[in-house]
Each structure stands twice: as C-alpha cells, then as structure tokens.
Design a protein around this ligand. Structure first.
Ligand code: HEM
Length: 351
C-alpha cells in the first residue's frame, strides 16, 4: 500500500475510534532520500569522530532521544532553551546537570543545514543519532523512521511528571511506560540501554547507606559492588562522581546488563527492580535476554521504533527548526541563552 493509502486507512480507523497507527503511517525511512540523501552519513561522521574522544557520548545521545520522546512526543522539545516564552525541559529534575549531547546535536544540525537547508528536523536528528549511537557501540542496527517535525513549545512540568526516577518501584516504572503506550517487554528491553553509559552517585547513593530510610544499604545490592560504590560515592559527598551503569562491559552494547542483574549488580534501583521484585513478570524477560542476546537486540529495535513514534508531529504540524535550541523567528536571542547540560564528563570511578 502506498503512503497515501495507508494514511487514508488510518483516517478511517481514526473515525471509528482507533488512533494508534495514525502517526506511524506518516513516518518513512526514505523520507529524506530525495531532499537530503546524505544526512545519514553526516550524522554518522560526526558521531564516529566525537565518540573517539568521548565514547560516553553514544550513551548520552540514546538517552536524549528517550527524554525527548517521553515528554509531549519525539518533537525535539528537550532541545529548546529558556527564552521569554519557553520554560526549558533541560532544567527539569531528571535532566538538570544530567543530560549531555546538546552541543553535538547542534554540530550535526549545522552540518545538515549546510548540506540541505530547512529540510531535516531536530527530532529526526535525535532519532537517527540514537540509532547510529547503538550501531557504533556494537549494538542493534535498525531502519529509522523519519519525517518528524519540531515542536513550537516545551513542557518542563510534563518532563518532571513523565520521566521515570531512579528510585521508582517496578509498579511505578510500569505505569510510567504504560502512559506512553509501552508495555512490560518495552520497559525491560529499553532499560537495556543501561548496557552503556554512566550515572552520577546522587542517583543511587541512597542504596549505599540508607535505603528506604532503613539506615542500611539496599539488600538487593551485591556486597562486593556495594563496597566499591561506597568508595566512589562517599556518604555525604558531592553526588556528582560517575560510575559505569554496566559493571562488566561499560562501553559495549550487549546483554551483560541483564546478567549483572542476576548477580545483584544492577546500579540503579530501577535496574535491579526488574529482576529482584518478587514474582515480577519482568523476571522471565530478563532471563530470556541473558540466554539469547539476539532476542534482546530484536526487542530493543522494536521498542526503540515504538518509542520513536510517540506523539510525533508530521505534515504541516510544528516546524523544521533552523537552530535546534530555538523556535524559528527567535534567533536574535540565541547568544543570550545557553544550553544546560551536564558538564562533568571525565571522572569515572573504577570498580
Ligand atoms: C526505566 C526507567 C529509567 C530510569 C529510572 C533511568 C534513569 C537514568 C539515570 C538516573 C541515569 C544517570 C544519569 C546521570 O547520572 O546523569 C541514566 C542514564 C542513562 N540512561 Fe536511563 N533511565 C531509564 C530508562 C532508560 C531508557 C528507556 C533509555 C533509552 C532507551 C535509557 C538510556 C540511558 C543511557 C544510555 C544512560 C547513560 C547516559 C550517559 O552516560 O550520559 N534509560 N538513566
């Protein structure tokens, strides 16, 4: 069926009350084939250069796409800086001094604009950068659906509401994902992105000293890992020291994230919850990824595509921003406002 046919079918479905496939129909992997055919290679070249000096950047960009999609859809709203009319999502608690990669996205956008001005959205750059990051970290490869447009607004309140916290219980995680129409398999597969990247002590140090106000460490944290984490994250310390999310293969995208959970070596509470919650439906999914990395990769791809479809703007909705940090017509203020992102990159505690 051609895309017009699909759209028509979806409009019929919308009329009878099923909204789900509406946005899927309009995204297409070949969206820029005739208008910006080298955008893939531009994104890839920037990322392969940047990741040589900063391998963590691959993780940071996968996370940026996730934090974009969970807040009013994958519309690059996370990239908008504070202005008179925009309250930036970058200052929301889950993002503040934590998200990285805004400068890299700007670098990509500048190069893409030079090649094909006014064509490629920032939301699509985020989606493509996430996929190429997975690929460069030896993870799954998939065809990215394209054709998203950029929002005219941001929503900091929604960023605080919709993004999961590192101390959520499994029930809270399930409902946070369910709000985005993502199921338990999506939750487990997408959490596997923690196979690469780093986390700051402040996101898990309650597990080391005073878990759930017990005065003791989290009983589901491996005691050897506990000791090394206590050395990296001293009690009452600044909370900004970093450690690897995946204890065993920190920069390689593989299924070791899940084997870690079996040994109680999950770093965040939310990681360990997937395996250590009594009788949870997530446990057999974790086990299946440990025994079959291909299954993890297949499910990760499918869930990333599903996540990449959340609330997308298409057609004449939104706009193609000229600069990712500002809505169009506001560029005079660019110099005044700077992006907020986590500045500490280097310090990683060794375990
Ligand atoms: C399930 C709920 C999740 C929670 C509670 C969570 C929370 C966190 C936290 C607290 C960090 C550390 C940030 C920092 O220290 O600055 C982090 C890092 C990361 N998250 Fe998640 N996350 C979740 C799901 C996801 C998903 C669905 C993805 C992508 C598909 C993802 C990708 C990443 C990556 C790649 C990093 C490392 C980023 C870097 O090194 O810059 N996370 N996450």
């Amino acid at each position: 069926m051609n895309s017009l046919g699909l759209t028509t079918l979806c409009c019929v479905l919308v009329v009878v009350g099923t909204l789900e496939c509406f946005s899927y129909a309009q995204l297409d992997p070949s969206f820029y084939d005739s208008t910006c055919s080298n955008m893939h290679s531009i994104v890839r070249d920037v990322l392969s250069n940047v990741s040589q000096s900063d391998p963590r950047m691959l993780a940071s960009l996968i996370r940026l796409h996730f934090h974009d999609c969970f807040v009013q859809g994958c519309d690059a709203s996370i990239l908008l800086n504070d202005t008179d009319t925009i309250v930036s999502e970058q200052s929301a608690a889950p993002n503040d001094n934590s998200i990285r990669g805004l400068d890299v996205v700007n670098q990509i956008k500048t190069e893409v604009e030079n090649a094909c001005p006014g064509i490629v959205s920032c939301a699509d750059i985020l989606a493509l950068a996430a996929e190429i990051s997975s690929e460069l970290a030896n993870g799954p490869v998939w065809e990215v659906l394209l054709g998203r447009r950029d929002s005219l607004t941001a929503n900091q309140t929604l960023a605080n509401q919709n993004l999961p916290g590192p101390n959520f219980t499994l029930d809270q995680l399930i409902s946070t994902f369910d709000n985005q129409n993502l199921n338990i398999t999506d939750l487990v597969a997408l959490s596997g992105a923690h196979t690469i990247g780093r986390a700051q002590c402040r996101f898990f140090d309650n597990r080391l000293y005073n878990f759930s106000n017990s005065g003791n460490p989290d009983p589901t944290l491996n005691t050897t890992l506990l000791e090394s984490l206590q050395a990296i994250c001293p009690n009452g310390g600044p909370g900004t020291n970093l450690t690897n999310l995946d204890l065993t293969t920190p920069d390689t995208f593989d299924s070791n994230y899940y084997s870690n959970l079996q040994l109680q070596n999950g770093l965040l509470r939310t990681d360990q919850e997937l395996f250590s919650t009594t009788d949870a439906d997530t446990i057999p999914i974790v086990n299946s990824y440990i025994s079959n990395q291909t299954l993890f990769f297949e499910n990760f791809k499918a869930s990333m595509i599903k996540m990449g479809n959340i609330g997308v703007l298409t057609g004449s909705q939104g706009e193609i921003r000229t600069q990712c940090n500002l809505v169009n017509g506001n560029s005079a203020t660019l110099a005044t406002f700077t992006s907020k992102e986590s500045s500490q990159d280097g310090m990683v505690g060794s375990i």
